[in-house]
Every structure is written in C-alpha cells, then in structure tokens.
Write a protein that binds this ligand. Sequence first.
Ligand SMILES: Nc1ncnc2c1ncn2[C@@H]1O[C@H](COP(=O)(O)OP(=O)(O)OP(=O)(O)O)[C@@H](O)[C@H]1O
Ligand SMILES: [Mg+2]
Length: 249
Amino acid sequence: MTSTGSVVESVEAGNATVSLGNVRRTYYLGEPVHALDGVSLDLPDGSFTAVMGPSGSGKSTLMNMVGCLDTPDEGTVHVEGRNVTALSGSERAQLRGTELGFIFQQFNLMPRLTAAENVTLPLVFNDAVDVDRRERAETLLSRVGLGDRLDHAPPELSGGQRQRVAIARALVNEPSLVLADEPTGNLDTGTGAEIMDIFAELHAAGRTILMVTHERHIAEHAERIVHLVDGQIQEIEQLDSGAHTGGSQ
Ligand SMILES: Nc1ncnc2c1ncn2[C@@H]1O[C@H](COP(=O)(O)OP(=O)(O)OP(=O)(O)O)[C@@H](O)[C@H]1O
Ligand SMILES: [Mg+2]
C-alpha cells in the first residue's frame, strides 16, 4: 500500500469495532463510586464519537474500558470481535499493541528520546528492522507536518508539535481504533483546530475514533456526542456534520 498526502492508509470496512453491553465499574474507596453504571454503546467501524460530561462522570473509565486497560465488574466488552473480559492480561496487551492507538491530554512522550524514537516506541514488540522503523517515523511525522523535526526531543517542541508526535506514535501500528482523552486539552484554540484537522483525516481514512473532550466545539467534529452523567449515558446526540457516514446506532 502506498499513500500520498493523507495522514494514514485507508482501512477496510467491517463490523462494529467496539461493543459495550451493560458495563458496570464500581470503585470502592469508602463509599462505592459507580464510575460506569450500566453503559451500553456500539462504536460502528469507521465512526467518530465524542464523549462529554462533567468531571467524574466516567469518561476516562469508559475510555480505559474500550482501550482494554480495565475490565468491567459486570457486563461485556467486545473489541474487534474479541471478548475482552475473557482475555488474559498479556492477550489484552497484545490487542492494545496491534489494534489500538492512544492519544492523551499530556502527550505522554519520553522526554529524552527524539520525535522519531518516540514514534517508533510502540514497535518494540514488532520485528521491523531499525531502518524500517526510521522510515515509518519519517513518513508519519511528515504527514503530521513535522518532517523537519525528526531529531528534536519533546522539550524542544511546542505543545501542538508534541501532540502531533503523540498522534504519529498512536498511528505507527496502523490501529483500526484511535482513542483520545482530551487531545486538545493542553493546546490553544488554533493549535487544537489543527489537531482536529488531523482527526478529520483519520476519520476520512476509515479509522474508528473515540474522543473525550470538555469542549463543545471540539466535540462537534465528531458524528455524534455521547453525554455521560454519573456513569450513565444520558443522551446520544447525532450531529448533522457527520451524517454522510454510517456512524449511527
Ligand atoms: N482508580 C480509581 N479508584 C477509585 N475511584 C476512581 C478511580 N478512577 C476513577 N475513580 C472515580 O470514578 C469516577 C469516574 O472517574 P473518571 O476518571 O472516569 O471521570 P472523568 O469523567 O474522566 O473525569 P474528568 O473529566 O475529571 O477527567 C470518579 O468519581 C472518580 O473519582
Ligand atoms: Mg478523565
């Protein structure tokens, strides 16, 4: 597969990438906290979903569930057709490493490694040789507009540039599902808009995206907004802007 210009290669269409069935997750620290209280949600293949809700409403817990970083106390989680609760810890890690790309608010880059080295970190479990890794880093960083910053370390980059390195890193394994928890939370409005342009390209290329945000105008880049309140879905709001693709459920 070759590609010119766009952020990622297109992916094949398929089934629902993620399916949550009546998921409950309770934390016991003194009073029980129902972080997720019976959440059912499908993420159709290629859909772009935003999650909004007050602080403590369960957004990150939901993200961790979908990202196979956590398992429910009750209910079911299927990712790419696999029943996550039935997998061992190492099988879940394998699923994360091959199918999922994570983007966080704080970028989570290694400060002493270069941009290119950060991008290829997820390939440690992959048998690509060094020269291939460098090439992949170069290709991805060029696509997010950082072709001239390959050998800069994160402290030598701006916030928006760091987030772009994090996006390139999230894409290095060509994941079918991209998870982003407040990807523009630490960025100014203009830089946040640039990051959303990259998300629009990912969506156009067929990636399934789940994105948590506090900002309405950022959420409006998605096809629909899931509103969480006290660990429950209060409303799934369909947005007109995304009506051209099959993201409804
Ligand atoms: N590891 C944990 N131990 C105990 N309680 C937790 C833990 N993680 C989350 N919680 C609780 O679960 C609830 C949901 O937390 P979560 O992090 O999912 O919220 P959030 O919607 O992401 O909030 P924010 O917008 O502030 O990031 C909160 O009340 C939180 O205190
Ligand atoms: Mg959170």
